[in-house]
Design a protein around this ligand. Sequence first.
Ligand code: G6P
Length: 606
Amino acid sequence: MCGIVGILGKGAVASHVVDCLHRLEYRGYDSAGIATLENGHLEVCRAEGKLRNLEIKLSRHPLNGRSGIGHTRWATHGKPLERNAHPHATRRVAVVHNGIIENFRELKQGLLDLGVSFISDTDTEVVAQLVDRELLAGHAPAEAVAHVLPRLRGAFALAFLFDGQDDLMIAARRGSPLAIGYGEGEMFLGSDAIALGPLTNRIAYLEEGDWAVMTRAGVEIRNEDGVIVERAVQIVPAGALLVDRGNHRHFMAKEIYEQPEVIGHTLGHYLDLSSDTVNLPELPFDVKGVRHISITACGTALYAGAVAEYWIERFARIPVSIDIASEFRYRETPLADDGITIVISQSGETADTLASLRYAKACGQKVVAIVNVPTSTIAREADAVLPTLAGPEIGVASTKAFTCQLATLACLAVALGRANGTLSADDEQRLVHELMETPRLMSEALKLGPQIEILSRTLAKARDVLYLGRGPAYPLALEGALKLKEISYIHAEGYAAGELKHGPIALVDETMPVVVIAPHDHIFEKTVSNMEEVAARGGQIILVTDPKGAQAAHVDAVQKLIVPEMAATICPMVYAIPVQLIAYHTAVIMGTDVDQPRNLAKSVTV
Ligand code: G6P
C-alpha cells in the first residue's frame, strides 16, 4: 500500500508529482503529500483525504521546486490525519515511505530518550529523525542513509530528499517495489512503472535490498552489501502504461467491459489453435509426477484459486488444497514432497502471498505463480510464471484480473490433465474449443447491463444480500458477495447452496435478496430446492442462469438474469460478468466511490 513518486526535473515538478500520484491512487488514497526544494530548502504540503484536496492546497500555495517527492497513503500506523500524511520531514531531510518499519517502537523510544520530539503517530517519522541525526552528526546524505537502513526491520520502500541538495534523491527497497525512470537530464522514481508513464518508458527495477543515489545525470545502485550493481533498463511497452477510463464513468466499468478482449489475449497466449492443444511454458518440474497441489492467494485471487480446485481435481484428478495466504504462511502446513504450490496474485506484490511463496520454496516445493504484473516480486521469485494478460487494472475491486486468472488456471488444469493421462487428446481438443468460446459468450453476458442496472435499484435498498452457488459457482458466490461488500458497503455473504439450511436460512425474510448462480447443470435441481426454501420464507431471488435453467426454475418471486447456454468449464468466467455488474450498478446507485472504495487499497504490501 501507499504510492511513492520522486522527480529530479528540469523545471517545476509539483504538478508532475501529483499527476504521477493520481496513477498510484489505487495503492491508497486516505491522504497525500509532496515535498520540494524551494530555493534549496525543503517545503512540504500535505492534505487529508483524496489527492484533490492536496491539489486545492497546492493551487493556493504553489510549490516551484525542480526536485520533489510525493506520496499517497493507505494508513497503517496512525489515523489518516494531515499530521500523519507523508512526506515526514525535519529541517534537513524529507522522506516518503511504503511498507512497515516493524521495529519503529524501539527506535522511537531510543530517539525519545535522546530528547527528539515527534509530530506524527507514524513509523515513517522515525526514519526521518534517524537520518536527521546522522546528518546533524556531519555525515553526507548517502552515508547517513547507509547508516540508518541496516537499523530498520520490516518491508519497505523509501525515498529521501535533502535540504540544500537540489540534485540528489535517495531511494531504498526492501520488500516493497520501486522503479527508477530514466529521462534526458531528468530522473524519476515510482512505486511502479505505470506511475511514471507520462514521463518515461525507460525503467529499471530495484531489487531486494538495493538502494540508489540519484542525480539528474543518472543513478548509482548498491545492493545490501554496499556493492555497486547494474540493474537492467527495460523499455516498457506503451500499452502497459496506459491508464484511462475510455468512455466509461469508472475504471471498474471499463475493466468489466474489456473482459472479452483481455480473456481473448490470455487464452490466445496458452491455446494453440493449429493443434487444438494447451501450450504452457516449460515448467521446472515433471508435471506427470505431481501428486498434490496447494493453492494460496488473497481476496479475489483466492476465489479464482477456489474455482481452479474444481477444474484441477476434475481434469487431472490431483487433490488440491486451497488456503488463504495469511493463514498458509503462518500455519506451517506440511507440504508433500511430490506436490507443487500455485500462488495467484494480480499485483504480484501482496505481502501474505509473497510470504507464502517463500514458505513453500523454503519447504523445497516448486512454485508456479499466476500474476498480472510480470515485473513483480512474486513473478521474479517464483520457479515458473504463468502471466495473465489483463493489462493494468486500476479499479480497486478486481474484475478482469479475476477472469484472466480463471482463464489461465483453466488452461493449466487441462495441461495437467493431459500430462497425467486423465484427459485424452480428444478431451483436450474439446476443452480448447470450449475455452475459445469464452470471449464471445462474455460479450453476450455484457448485454445484461441495462437489466442489471434496473434490478440494482432494489438491491441498493437491501441491508444484507446472500449469494448462493454449487460447484464452481460456489466460489463465484463468494466473489459476488465480496464485490458487493467492497464497493457498495452492503453486507453480503456467499454460501455453498447446500449449506443454506445449516445457518444462513435463518436470515432469510422478505427484505433479503438472494442471488443464486446456477447454470443448468447436473446439480441444478438441487439448487432449485434451495431456491424453494428461500421463496417459502419470502426471500427475493435473483437467479443467474441459462435459458434451460430459466425454464426449469419453477419457483415464485424469481427475477432471472439469463446468459447463453455454454459448456460447464467456461461458466465461471462468463457468469462472473453479471456478478460484477450487479455490484457495480448497485454501488453506482448507492453513490459510493466505485474505483476507490473506503478503507481499501488495491495492492496490499503490508
Ligand atoms: C486487495 C484487493 C483485492 C485483491 C487482493 C489480492 O484486497 O483489494 O481486489 O483481490 O488484494 O491482491 P493480488 O494483487 O494479490 O491479487
